[in-house]
Design a protein around this ligand. Sequence first.
Ligand code: SAH
Length: 227
Amino acid sequence: MRFDIISVLPGLLESPFAHSILQRAQKKGISEIVVHNLRDYATNKQKSVDDYPYGGGSGMVMTIPPFAACIEKLKSERDYDDIIFMSPDGETLNQRIANQLSIKKNIIILCGHYKGIDQRIRDIYVTREISIGDYVLSGGELPAAVLVDAVVRLIPGVLSDETSALSDSFQDDLLDAPVYTRPADWNGHKVPDILLGGNTPEIEKWRHEQALERTKARRPDLLDKGE
Ligand code: SAH
């Protein structure tokens, strides 16, 4: 799966993809993440990518030409399943969306800045708009990194133990069960006996009950949704 991320601050995206699971996914050739510097597509002398808003008001607006040039170039090279704009007014990212995107082949992600991008880029090119939550960040780079991480870890072969993604929170509209590791006794705080007994069916049953309890207590809305 290939991601092309268009950003005016590509440096912000260097580290998130250079470690751990995302780095491994790229080394294994399962995912390819290419960051494009929007400024390389600016044609004016100042290489500017923003301008004053029509109608006045505060904040700058990202202009159409650099985005259009970069998107057109990418589209001439391969077909894209989706062109996603990271935006606080988009649909809120959740595990269902991450699952949907994990079976796609090529995706472009646009990162906004300042007041946002000219609405016409959204009207002409964007097929999906995704928010990472009801708060406003200064740019779309961190949201893009969040989206790519959530999606790439779901692609088969990325996680060494694939079942661990399947039992993660939200996969079955359930939160994950609590987890423990050694030591079995930490200053009197003990690991539940059931986990030490080695009875796998019983352990699975316990984990499911714990997941259900936790979901009821913390996110009852998830259980209502499943009904
Ligand atoms: N004026 C805009 C916010 C602009 S913030 C509004 O009120 O909706 C600048 C850029 O940061 C946005 O264009 C978007 O790409 C990114 N961004 C900020 N918050 C975000 C969020 N919660 N989810 C996804 N992208 C976000």
